[in-house]
Design a protein around this ligand. Structure first.
Ligand SMILES: *Cc1c(COP(=O)(O)O)cnc(C)c1O
Length: 217
C-alpha cells in the first residue's frame, strides 16, 4: 500500500518537486517499506522520535525536521539532520548554528512564515524575516544556510482561504529568492498539496496520503 501511494503521488509531481514522506508516529517497519520502494526523504516533528529512527534506519536517508523545534532539542538532531523546515526565531537559529559548528557542519534551514489565521501556528511575519536577513547577528551565523521558506495554511475546507495564503507566501518568496539565493518553498500536505503546487511549492510534506491516517499527531 505504501509503495503504491508513493508511486501515485510521485506521478503527480514534476521532477523538480521534492516529496517529503512524513513518517511521524509511524513505525520503522513502515518507513522501511517506503525506503525499499526507493524513497529517501522522511519528515518527523519530534527530535527524539526522529533520532531513534535515524539510529535504526539506513544512513542514506535524509531526515527533515518539519515540526516546531525547541532549542534544547537541537543538539540531538544536529549531527545528522538534512533540513530544518520550521525555524521561527533568531534564538533558535543561533542554537542551530552553535550545534552545527560543534558537529563541523552547515545545517540547511527554512524560515517558517506565519500565513494562517489560527493563533496557534508558529512562524515569522514577513517583515521580521526581512529584518532578520539584513541583521548583522544573522550574517555572523556561518554554520547555517537558509534554503528558503516554509508555510502552513489554515486547517479549513475553505479553498479560497488556503489559496489566498499560498498566493501570499509565493509572492513573498518571489521577492526574496534571488536576493538571498533561496531555492525551496516548503508548502502543501496531504489535504492541500495540489493547491500548494499551483502556488510555487518546491517541497511537499505528505504523511497520511502515504502511510494512512495517524492515531495521534
Ligand atoms: C504532520 C505534518 C504534515 C503531514 O500531514 P498530512 O496531513 O498527514 O499529510 C506536514 N507538515 C507538518 C508540519 C506536519 O506536522
Amino acid at each position: 500500500m505504501i509503495a503504491e501511494n508513493l508511486k501515485k503521488i510521485k506521478s503527480e509531481l514534476s521532477e523538480q518537486i521534492s516529496l517529503i514522506a512524513v513518517s511521524k508516529t509511524k513505525p520503522v517497519s513502515q518507513i522501511l517499506e517506503a525506503y525499499e520502494a526507493g524513497h529517501r526523504d522522511f519528515g518527523e516533528n519530534k527530535a527524539q522520535e526522529m533520532t531513534e529512527k535515524w539510529e535504526e534506519m539506513p544512513k542514506d536517508i535524509q531526515w527533515h525536521m518539519i515540526g516546531h523545534l525547541q532549542r534544547n532539542k537541537v543538539k540531538y538532531i544536529a549531527p545528522y539532520v538534512h533540513l530544518i523546515h520550521a525555524v521561527d526565531s533568531l534564538k533558535l537559529l543561533k542554537e542551530i548554528n552553535k550545534q552545527a559548528q560543534k558537529n563541523n557542519r552547515i545545517i540547511n534551514c527554512l524560515l517558517q512564515v506565519y500565513i494562517a489565521k489560527e493563533e496557534t501556528k508558529f512562524g515569522f511575519d514577513p517583515e521580521e524575516i526581512t529584518q532578520l536577513l539584513e541583521s548583522e547577528e544573522f550574517k555572523n551565523l556561518k554554520h547555517i544556510r537558509i534554503k528558503g521558506l516554509m508555510g502552513m495554511a489554515t486547517f479549513t475546507e475553505n479553498t479560497a482561504q488556503i489559496e489566498k495564503e499560498f498566493q501570499f507566501l509565493k509572492s513573498f518568496f518571489d521577492q526574496l529568492k534571488n536576493k538571498y539565493g533561496m531555492t525551496e518553498l516548503s508548502t502543501g500536505m496531504s489535504g492541500d498539496y495540489p493547491l500548494a503546487l499551483q502556488y510555487g511549492s518546491t517541497m511537499v510534506r505528505i504523511g497520511s496520503a502515504i502511510f494512512g491516517e495517524r492515531n495521534y499527531t
